[in-house]
Every structure is written in structure tokens, then in C-alpha cells.
Design a protein around this ligand. Structure first.
Ligand SMILES: [Zn+2]
Length: 252
């Protein structure tokens, strides 16, 4: 039994389209308000990593907010809310698509085509305190790539974001949550921590290079979101885990 556990929420886009990776701005705002009212302390992913590595528990009722891919709605709809609530967040960028759209190869048909953040928007968000991490150059399924391509995708995305922002980038998220020892070994050399997509909470036993997250897709309903850290939410999470594995296996 771990002494503490922290939900690391995984969002993608905040927009009106309904899909497995979207949530409306109204619902997102409701969730942020609820977290505030319930006394959650939204902490930076680096703060959580320090607790995992150092063994010091994070503050009571801590929670981390992350966004994968770097879609433009983060600038238009999410940034004002994060600023308003004073919440930190980490955004994992698909560096080769910034300023374009999420039209990478083998994107499932259930995912709408959406614009991505421009480098100008990213720089403004960076100045305002949003953390940026790497999520490869082209959203590749890394375990299917050659050693050379894996290195290019991981290190190339880090270098591109660092060049555009003018400072170090030390966090990574695996596209589709796909990794093996080879992929993790390269990530370990270049970053201080990385997020996967396995459903679960972070705790003191977490692997800093495969931090479990809570895909908000499964907690969109207000009733479930309210139960996030309660026994009902934990039970639901444990039931969703095998379904999530099936979903990933069907869309490899
Ligand atoms: Zn992604």
C-alpha cells in the first residue's frame, strides 16, 4: 500500500467536437472549478517527479494536469482558464506538426482534424508558465521504428522545442503510450521523466519513465470526475484498465 497517490490527468483537445480526445470548454471549466472547490492542489509534473525520486510526499490532494499533442485549443480555450485558476500544466508537443494540424500517419478515423499550436503561441504560453515536453516529431509508433528513427524522433523533438524556446526541455510522453526497453533507454538518457498512457495513479513506487495517467476520456461524466480519488473512482479505474488494454490492442 503506497503512502500517497496523485492523479495525473491526460487531456488532448478542449473544443466542441465530440471524440475520444476532446472535451468541451464548458466541461473543462467545470472540472477546474470543482478541483478548486474540493481543495485539490494542482502541482507541476516536475514537482511530482521530485516526490517520486526523492521520496518526499507531495502536498495533500495533489493533482497534475497534462495535455498531449499540443492542439491550438490549448491557447484559445485552456490558457485563460489555467491562468484564471493559477494551475500549472504540461503540454507534450508533436514538434514537426506545430503550426500545422494533427494529420500524422495512421491517425484513427474517430479523431477529428484540428489545428496545432503555432511556435508563437507556444512561446507566449512558455513565458506565462506552461511547461512543454516532447512527444516525438511526427507522433510515431516508436516500438515499430528502427533504432536510428527512434533516436531521431525522440532527440529531434527535444532539440527542436529547446531551440524554439531557448531553454532545456526535460519531459517526454510516448505517442500511443507505446514503449519498450529500447525506447525507454533513449528517453532515460535525454529526459528526467516520461508519461505513458497506462491507466492509474502516480505514487512513490512509480517508474519516473512511465508515469501512469488518468485519460479524461473515461472521466468525462461529472459523476465519475467527482469520484476521481474516491473508492468508486478507484474501482471504476480498475475496471477500465482491461478495457483500455483491449482498445490499445485493437488500434495498435
Ligand atoms: Zn499523442
Amino acid at each position: 500500500m503506497s503512502r500517497w497517490r496523485v492523479p495525473v490527468l491526460m487531456y488532448h483537445a478542449v473544443c466542441p467536437e465530440r471524440s475520444p480526445i476532446t472535451i468541451s470548454a464548458g466541461e473543462f471549466a467545470w472540472q477546474m472549478r470543482w478541483l478548486t472547490d474540493e481543495g485539490y492542489q494542482v502541482i507541476a509534473l516536475q514537482t511530482l517527479l521530485r516526490s517520486i525520486l526523492g521520496g518526499t510526499p507531495p502536498p495533500e490532494r495533489s493533482l497534475v494536469i497534462t495535455f498531449d499533442d499540443g492542439l491550438e485549443s490549448l491557447y484559445t480555450d485552456v490558457l485563460p482558464l489555467l491562468e484564471g485558476f493559477g494551475f500549472p500544466a504540461t503540454v507534450f508537443l508533436v514538434s514537426g506538426h506545430c503550426g500545422g494540424c494533427n494529420d500524422w500517419e495512421r491517425q484513427p478515423g474517430s479523431i477529428p482534424l484540428m489545428p496545432m499550436l503555432s511556435w508563437e503561441q507556444i512561446r507566449e504560453m512558455d513565458v506565462k508558465g506552461v511547461d512543454f515536453g516532447a512527444h516525438t516529431i511526427n507522433h510515431q509508433r516508436l516500438i515499430q521504428q528502427s533504432d536510428q528513427e527512434v533516436e531521431r524522433q525522440i532527440l529531434g523533438s527535444k532539440e527542436m522545442i529547446e531551440r524554439k524556446l531557448g531553454h532545456e526541455v526535460d519531459l517526454f510522453a510516448y505517442p500511443y503510450g507505446q514503449l519498450d526497453d529500447r525506447v525507454k533507454g533513449i528517453v532515460r538518457k535525454a529526459f528526467i521523466g516520461a508519461c505513458g498512457t497506462k491507466l492509474g495513479f502516480a505514487d512513490e513506487n512509480s517508474d519516473p519513465f512511465e508515469i501512469k495517467r488518468v485519460d479524461i476520456h473515461y472521466f468525462k461524466h461529472r459523476y465519475l470526475f467527482r469520484e476521481l480519488s474516491n473508492p468508486v473512482g478507484l474501482l471504476y479505474l480498475s475496471l477500465r484498465r482491461p478495457l483500455r488494454a483491449i482498445r490499445t490492442a485493437l488500434h495498435p
